[in-house]
Design a protein around this ligand. Structure first.
Ligand SMILES: NC(=O)c1ccc[n+]([C@@H]2O[C@H](COP(=O)([O-])OP(=O)(O)OC[C@H]3O[C@@H](n4cnc5c(N)ncnc54)[C@H](O)[C@@H]3O)[C@@H](O)[C@H]2O)c1
Ligand SMILES: [Zn+2]
Length: 388
């Protein structure tokens, strides 16, 4: 069994200290950069000090976010470039495809953008993933800056350099590892975020607990009502700690040769739900929320965690406003969809299990995670227990 577990890591994650605003460095040698976190950062010119200068910049956003924030960003970076264009893509996961990606290239080529042109991704994970991929490919690579405006994008997708578009046969299947120059997390952007999107972001925050940091998990449990009520201090703490954990994982395994896969806890099942229902029906974070419940059941059936923790996690996901039972796509369809997951090798599905070994063999339970296969019959039992 190939397994990579957080507990076997030689790097030590700094203990959880509830702190709000911060700069979290991502340490990747010559690709290192900072995540800056705070209220009101987007509109301040000082936020972008040190970002690459060039003749042109392009802000890539979408039809929802551009009217809310593009002017603010455009004004703040105006002194760095002679021209700053704005491109508003259609909004939605269903547009995270090659046709929409081409709109970015059309704009860049049409405006005479060169190899120094800087792209700014202004929006959620969909805009961030597409803009990052466009930056990786345009003239074989131009610099880009992430300005994430959803909770999910601030705690996860804008950090770490994974970029991609979807293919009808599988989510995020066409993409590249390509790091941004900076990530600007302006906490004020949550003011306009719909409740459902806030909950989707909470799914990725909750994810970090069982895989890496049970002290953080306890804190989220205590504060889940305040987080949903958008208490700015609590959201700031959650964004900061999530970025710290993601930076810690990515710093050790930038290109997912092992450890980084643990960040996909809940995603094997979640991606199957998203693809099976058609992209955009369930939000990514909703798929992840439900997928974590399924992955926890699987971990328990394999003896890695006890039933009490499955219940605890399920209750927290429910309290975050997320689904805890999956749509009935049929077990065989789930299995088929999970086999095209990027983690599968030669058709064998790899799951992210909570824990480092079965409890009966000295496993330590929640707080670390391991990539491992599971027998199809056990997965079928899990699906039977977790779908409506
Ligand atoms: N690259 C990675 O490492 C990584 C990690 C996790 C998720 N992802 C990807 O991220 C995507 C999900 O990202 P998401 O949840 O941010 O979805 P999203 O980008 O679709 O944004 C959600 C919705 O909120 C709107 N929106 C964004 N910011 C807003 C604001 N401040 N106010 C009002 N509305 C706003 C968007 O227009 C959209 O309608 C998925 O495609 C997923 O695969 C990537
Ligand atoms: Zn995710």
């Amino acid at each position: 069994m190939t397994s990579t577990s957080t507990s076997s890591s030689s790097y030590v994650l700094s203990p959880f200290v509830p702190q709000a605003t911060a700069v979290v460095p991502i340490d990747l040698g010559d690709r290192s950069y900072d995540i800056v976190i705070g209220a009101g950062l987007m509109g301040q010119a000082a936020t972008y000090q040190g970002c690459p200068k060039a003749a042109r910049a392009l802000i890539v956003s979408n039809t929802t976010v551009a009217p809310l924030y593009a002017q603010r960003l455009q004004a703040a970076i105006a002194s760095l470039y002679r021209a700053v264009d704005v491109l508003a893509l259609p909004d939605g996961e269903q547009y995270k495809d090659s046709a929409t990606l081409n709109l970015i290239y059309d704009q860049l080529l049409g405006s005479g953008a060169d190899r120094k042109t800087v792209l700014y991704a202004l929006g959620g994970g969909v805009v961030g993933d597409m803009t990052g991929f466009a930056a990786a490919c345009y003239m074989r690579g131009v610099p880009f800056v992430q300005v994430p405006t959803t909770l999910l994008a601030q705690v996860d997708s804008s950090v770490g350099g994974k970029t991609a578009i979807n293919h009808p046969l599988g989510k995020n299947m066409i993409g590249a590892f390509y790091q941004p120059q900076r990530v600007v997390c302006d906490l004020d952007t949550f003011a306009t975020l719909p409740d459902r999107e806030l909950s989707a972001g909470l799914a990725e925050i909750i994810k970090y607990g069982p895989i890496a940091d049970m002290a953080f998990f306890d804190w989220i449990e205590t504060n889940i009502a305040g987080l949903r009520a958008r208490d700015p201090e609590l959201l700031a703490i959650a964004v900061r700690r999530s970025c710290e954990i993601k930076a810690w994982v990515v710093g050790q395994d930038e290109k997912e040769s092992g450890l980084r896969a643990i960040l996909n806890f809940g995603h094997t099942f979640g991606h199957a739900i998203e693809a099976g229902l058609g992209y955009g029906k369930w939000l990514h974070g909703e798929g992840v929320g439900c997928g974590m419940v399924m992955a926890a059941h699987l971990s328990q059936r394999l003896g890695w965690i006890d039933a009490a923790f499955v219940q605890r996690l399920t209750r927290l996901i429910e309290a975050a406003g997320l689904p805890t039972t999956g749509p009935d796509l049929g077990a065989e369809r789930y299995l088929e969809l999970m086999r095209v997951d990027k983690k599968s090798e030669g058709g064998a599905i790899k799951f992210i299990l909570i824990g480092n070994a079965p409890l009966a063999q000295g496993g330590t339970g929640a707080g670390c995670a391991t990539t491992a296969p599971a027998p199809d019959e056990v997965v079928r039992e899990v699906l039977a227990a977790c779908i409506q």
